[in-house]
Design a protein around this ligand. Structure first.
Ligand code: PLP
Length: 361
């Protein structure tokens, strides 16, 4: 019998475990495990999605021009240098497929987003991890980990699951210190939550080795719709456009995303509410003796005494219908990542942890 084997690297990928959404025997579930917007998408986005169904027998527009125009207008960017994908995960996949193969290295940080390793391996490349400094991206460690085989360096800023970020000077130093031919990918999945941060646009515009990715899944509340985008040098956009499937996005996806990005009131309200409740949640956790790093995203990373306490709190919250995210797979077994919910949701988290602590006395 012939041996049928997949490409090297593929069997090293562990099957992805997504945030849970059900608990046996518990109604009234509060899912705070996937960094979703507690208020959902803009009502205008929902209307646009519903309206787009009428034309679903037609193939979608292939060049995404109306969506790129809307993004360009809102963010002040050249639409010619924007590419859209099935979530920003697909843009990250294009980058790996186009620029990294067997013998090449893709570099990211110790507690970096799980997709970097998965997509690097899927492309046949070798994933390399650089240490962080107290759960913060360490530029010196990244530069030290670079070799002449480094092709892509992924930084989520703010990072998931730590919520921490580094400033513009550090990002520039990283971009300028990379080996010839390597691309710095700034994953801006949470950039909208940071007041005054452009997600790396200015760095992209002043370099030819920096690329930015963004998503509609987090602030815009459209994780289920699957739309993301990238912005970078024309040369890279032209490469990625060759491997993008012509009909990767449906009109339903594009119409929803256009309405979402244009509804600035909804986006601003969600950002403000997230900032307010994130402060509240962090302060309440601190008052219960549970520290968090300063998060700039829509979640906090709560640090417990050790792994067994983190797991016990997770189980207790689950029994109350509150689902948060274990992050042992990210090298943080003593932590739980908790999405910032609405006011009632945050209160439920705090009440749940308080009853856990009272039960231990
Ligand atoms: C959620 C997330 C993404 C992207 O998700 P998509 O839904 O594929 O756009 C990308 N990077 C990080 C760090 C994330 O947390």
């Amino acid at each position: 019998m012939t041996q049928i084997t997949p490409q090297p690297g593929i069997m090293d990928i562990a099957l992805y475990q997504s945030g849970e959404s059900h608990v046996e025997g518990v109604r009234d579930i509060l899912k705070l495990s996937a960094n979703e917007n507690p208020f959902g998408p803009s009502p205008k986005a929902k209307e646009a999605i519903a309206a787009a169904i009428a034309e679903v027998h037609r193939y979608p527009n292939t060049d995404h021009a109306p969506l790129r125009a809307a993004i360009g207008e809102v963010h002040g960017l050249d639409p010619e240098r924007i590419i859209c994908g099935v979530g920003s995960d697909e843009i990250l996949q294009f980058l790996c497929q186009a620029y990294a193969g067997p013998g090449d290295e893709v570099l990211y940080t110790e507690h970096g987003f799980a997709m970097y390793r998965i997509l690097g391996l899927a492309a046949g490349a070798t994933p390399v991890e650089a240490p962080e400094r107290e759960r913060v991206t360490d530029v010196d460690a990244l530069l030290a980990a670079c070799t002449e085989r480094t092709k892509l360096v992924f930084i989520a800023n703010p990072n998931n699951p730590t919520g921490t970020m580094i400033g513009g000077n550090e990002l520039s130093r990283l971009a300028d210190g990379l080996p010839e031919g390597a691309i710095l990918v700034l994953d801006g999945a949470y950039a909208e939550f940071v007041d005054g941060y452009d997600g790396g646009v200015s760095l992209v515009d002043s370099r030819d080795n920096v690329f930015m990715t963004r998503t509609f899944s987090k602030l815009y509340g459209l994780g289920g719709l699957r739309v993301g985008w990238g912005y970078g040098p024309k040369q890279i956009i032209e490469v990625l456009s060759r491997i993008r499937q012509p009909f990767n996005l449906s009109e339903i996806q594009m119409s929803g995303a256009i309405a979402a990005v244009r509804d600035r009131d909804w986006a601003n309200r969600c950002t403000r509410e997230n900032a307010r409740m994130r402060v509240w949640l962090s302060e309440q956790l601190a008052a219960l003796g549970i520290p968090c790093d300063t998060s700039l995203a829509n979640f906090v990373l709560a640090r417990f005494a050790d792994q067994s306490e983190a797991e016990a709190v997770d189980l207790h919250l689950k029994s109350q219908g509150v689902i948060v995210r274990r992050v042992a797979g990210y090298g943080l077994p003593q932590c739980l990542r908790i999405t910032v919910g609405d006011e009632a949701g945050c209160q439920r988290v705090i009440d749940g942890i308080r009853t856990y602590q009272e039960g231990r006395k």
